[in-house]
Design a protein around this ligand. Structure first.
Ligand SMILES: C[S@@+](CC[C@H](N)C(=O)[O-])C[C@H]1O[C@@H](n2cnc3c(N)ncnc32)[C@H](O)[C@@H]1O
Length: 222
């Protein structure tokens, strides 16, 4: 049976292909560095890993199922593939990105998505800047906001790392991947230590081992 692309309910598998094609167009027209795709997204294309990775697919499904009615902000959104999926499934979303090249790419991907699906323009905001300062004095704080951190192995200095954690109570909820938060934590003891540190000042904390295979997501409420 033929399925149409129903506003507010566009299947993740379709979007996987759609985003792959948009990324590939950017790479072909502008090249790896000028486009802002850099090595990370170029390798995803070369490896034919699709427009979204398995953990993005699993997290999108989890958020669509468990975070209805909430506003979702992905920190370190890159090209914004996750917030676009959420926006096309009826959620209000934003993506924060501090790298200028990636901002260029993220804006382009958003513009192209708006051309295909105008509701993306209403539902998804791309925020150029670094978290947490980029969210200060914006509408993206408050108890109905959920922050997502997936793969953000960034070289945050001590001040930024402290500011990142200190901002959590400005929102209602944070879902983060413990292994790839700031630095790589391959040892379970290091992941548990990060979980315990955040849990100490959260209202509630749970680990979500079932969310995605081989990933280490945790959910905290504030
Ligand atoms: C490896 S990419 C991952 C993109 C996508 N979320 C994913 O999982 O595939 C991480 C991105 O996070 C961005 N980033 C890291 N720390 C950030 C911060 N504090 N604020 C905004 N962007 C950040 C980096 O510039 C980079 O583009």
């Amino acid at each position: 049976m033929r399925r149409n692309l129903v506003p507010g309910k566009i299947g993740i598998d379709f979007l996987d292909g759609y985003i792959f094609s948009e990324m590939n167009d950017l790479l072909m027209s502008e090249g790896m560095d000028a486009s802002g795709l850099y090595r990370y997204y170029t390798m995803r294309l070369d490896g034919r890993l699709g427009g979204i990775l398995e953990y993005e697919h699993d997290l999108a499904n989890y958020v669509i199922e468990h975070c209805q009615g909430r506003r979702i902000v992905e920190i370190g959104a890159g090209l914004g593939e996750l917030p676009i999926i959420l926006a096309l499934n009826g959620m209000k979303s934003a993506g924060v990105e501090f790298n200028e090249g990636r901002q260029r790419a993220g804006r382009r991907v958003r513009e192209r998505a708006v051309n295909c699906f105008p509701e993306v323009g209403e539902h998804y905001e791309f925020i150029a800047g670094g978290y947490p300062e980029a969210l200060v004095d914006t509408a993206w704080t408050g108890p109905d906001v959920t922050l997502l951190f997936t793969n953000v192995i960034a070289s945050w200095d001590r001040a930024r790392t402290e500011a990142i954690d200190a901002f959590f109570p400005q929102v209602g909820e944070v879902i983060l991947e413990l292994r790839m938060f700031g630095v790589l934590r391959d040892e379970e003891a290091a992941r548990q230590q990060l979980f315990d540190e955040i849990a100490r000042y959260a209202k509630s904390a749970e680990r979500l081992p079932e969310l995605s295979p081989a990933m280490h997501f945790a959910r905290f409420t504030f």
